[in-house]
Design a protein around this ligand. Structure first.
Ligand code: C2E
Ligand code: CA
Ligand code: CA
Ligand code: CA
Length: 278
């Protein structure tokens, strides 16, 4: 069946068919990826502007499939979420990132915070705070070395239980950042009640920040609001010196982006930090 191009009313184009065949095949391959060691983490440095110091990194998942090549997390994470596979993959990500931090601390790297992305499905687990505490203990990593990145949508889906869970994580000393901030629909009143360490300004506001006055206004407003609610800010997707200059002048605390560094293999991250310290 093919679209006649006039009203687009046809249901299943060859493109859609190919697309869903790929999704199904990727889903199958993903089930084995974890045991077969095809998953790994890379670490993108995060820079504290006031101290010009690397204080942490975001752990980002990579999948090198022998069959499909490098598959983007933007494609396979939603597949993992809808199949429930994200729970075991998410546990693996947390354990691997924490083990990595422990290794870096043992190697004498200064106190580091590793930021780990948490999908809504993971966040919804009733025993999440216990699970994470257990993983921290197993890895021998203090809770303040872990920051969970949660999107607004994940946090706001069920605001009441979310508030409680966030409170529990906070009491255990685990940090929380709201990812892609500004793209969702956060209720500002909840934001005030939640114990959130940091707002992560979405890269869609950063991209044209040196020329687009609307993006400038949004970024500045987020930074000022965060400050008055005692939260920090980090801008993601910072690619140019001009973007950095604007963010610095607006009072943004931290930055992450290609301008400073791409996501790095663990060893490369270690060298990057040691060069930065030395
Ligand atoms: P995200 O959490 O918003 O991560 C930021 C993305 O922007 C990453 O893409 C990163 O590589 C990319 N990036 C960093 N600096 C720049 C820059 O200067 N310019 C541009 N254009 N992009 C930059 P990546 O690694 O492909 O990840 C895509 C998304 O996949 C992530 O978006 C996150 O939502 C998801 N993801 C990645 N790893 C995990 C994970 O371990 N668990 C979960 N649940 N989701 C993950
Ligand atoms: Ca993130
Ligand atoms: Ca983000
Ligand atoms: Ca994003």
């Amino acid at each position: 069946v093919k679209s006649d191009g006039r009203n687009g009313s046809c249901f299943f184009t060859p493109e859609m068919q190919a697309r869903s065949a790929r999704l199904i095949a990727l889903g199958h391959a993903l089930k084995q990826a974890q045991q077969r060691g095809e998953l790994r983490l890379v670490y993108q440095p995060q820079l504290r502007l006031s101290e010009h110091r690397i204080f942490g990194a975001e752990a980002l998942l990579r999948w090198d499939s022998p069959q499909w090549g490098a598959v983007s997390p933007a494609e396979f994470i939603p597949i993992a979420e809808s199949s429930g596979l994200i729970l075991s993959i998410g546990d693996w990500v947390l354990r691997t990132a924490l083990r990595q931090v422990r290794h870096w601390l043992d190697r004498g790297l200064p106190d580091l915070v590793v930021a780990v992305n948490l999908s809504a499905v993971q966040f919804d687990q009733p025993d999440l705070p216990d699970r994470i505490s257990r993983m921290l203990d197993e890895a021998g990593v203090p809770p303040h070395c872990l920051e969970l990145e949660l999107t607004e949508a994940a946090a706001m889906k069920t605001p009441e239980t979310a508030a409680q869970k966030i409170q529990e994580l906070h009491q255990r000393g685990i940090r929380l950042a709201i990812d892609d901030f500004g793209t969702g629909y956060s209720s500002l009143s909840y934001l005030k009640r939640f114990k959130i360490h940091k707002l992560k300004i979405d890269q869609s506001f950063v991209r044209d920040i040196d020329s687009d006055v609307d993006d400038q206004a949004i970024a500045s407003a987020i930074i000022q609001m965060a400050r008055s609610l005692s939260m920090g800010t980090i801008a993601e997707g910072v690619e140019t010196a001009e973007q950095l200059a604007f963010l610095r002048a607006s009072g943004c605390d931290d930055i992450q982006g290609y301008h400073f560094s791409r996501p790095l293999e663990p060893d490369a991250f270690e060298h990057f930090v040691l060069r930065d310290v030395g």
